[in-house]
Design a protein around this ligand. Structure first.
Ligand SMILES: C[S@@+](CC[C@H](N)C(=O)[O-])C[C@H]1O[C@@H](n2cnc3c(N)ncnc32)[C@H](O)[C@@H]1O
Length: 266
């Protein structure tokens, strides 16, 4: 059975990627099991796949034999692609009547510049479709046994980027009292911690650092707001990581303990 037949069996009417069209798709956080069936349909049909650094090798291995892979990432020690060049390349490929898959880590529009690429394609008169993906913020929490919401702990959850502008009001986020999940926080952690404290977040607020979530390299470290900067420095910046602040982090210990008790009882 070919990949596309297997997909058709699962997904009776899989969407067709037309020549001259671009799909802006999310590849999920790393584990190929978290790819959506529509992203898999894109991988099976695409003639060109323009992918980011955070799309895992295991996901790229699912590309059809006809697909050419083009790297357009912004990390990993390779030269960084400029956003305008990426948009130009997508338009160029679509105008060559190729079936184009633009594949990004997580969800294409969560801190992924999918919105800008959609605008550039629309302005150029190119048909496109946005294929949602499982964003790292949600996947990393669940993979670390930290529930995103927990009755009695939080009524909301905040997703933020550590690359926010210098005048971004972190203190206002702290004042909501709700958990905060921060993408790209690692290099800016001292500033973020100082601003959250200015907003009244207590130094003993539970914190977690989740690296390479859902991949074989996954690491989870729990700490507190007052100590997390030192932990981040110790971990370094090689693996992609998220930092989480809030009471939901405490649930990890309880869930892991309960899971261990089941194993012991077996
Ligand atoms: C440019 S953002 C892209 C986010 C992506 N669009 C998403 O929805 O997950 C890249 C950041 O996402 C986070 N990230 C992506 N994959 C991750 C993973 N597997 N584990 C932990 N953090 C991850 C890191 O903070 C990384 O620096």
């Amino acid at each position: 059975m070919t990949k596309i037949d297997a997909l058709a069996a699962l997904h009776a009417r899989y969407p067709v990627l037309q020549p001259g069209h671009v799909w802006l798709a999310g590849a999920g956080p790393g584990d190929p099991g978290l790819l959506t069936l529509d992203a898999l349909a894109g991988l099976a049909q695409a003639e060109v796949i323009v992918h980011d650094a955070l799309v895992s090798e295991q996901v790229l291995a699912l590309a059809g034999a006809q697909a050419e892979l083009e790297y357009a990432g912004k990390r990993g020690g390779r030269p960084s692609a400029q956003q305008a060049d990426i948009c130009r390349r997508l338009i160029e490929l679509a105008r060559q009547n190729k079936k184009v898959l633009r594949l990004k880590g997580g969800d294409p529009c969560m801190f992924g510049r999918g919105g800008e690429e959609a605008i550039a394609l629309a302005k150029a008169g190119i048909s496109y479709r946005i294929v949602p993906g499982v964003t790292a913020g949600i996947a990393a929490l669940s993979a670390a046994s930290i529930p995103a919401t927990m009755r009695g702990i939080n009524h909301a959850i905040i997703f933020a980027t550590g690359h926010a502008d210098g005048d971004f009001d972190w203190a206002a986020l702290a004042r909501t009292g709700q958990p905060i999940v921060i993408y790209m926080a690692m290099r800016n952690i001292e500033h973020i911690v100082a601003e959250l404290r200015r907003g009244g977040m207590a130094p003993d607020t539970p914190a977690a650092v989740i690296l390479a979530a859902t991949t074989p390299e996954q690491q989870v470290l729990t700490s507190e707001l007052g100590a997390v900067s030192a932990e981040v420095r110790r971990l370094g910046f090689v693996l992609p990581g998220l930092v989480v602040f809030g009471g939901i982090v405490r649930m990890r210990e309880q869930l892991l303990r309960l899971a261990a008790e089941i194993e012991v009882a077996r």
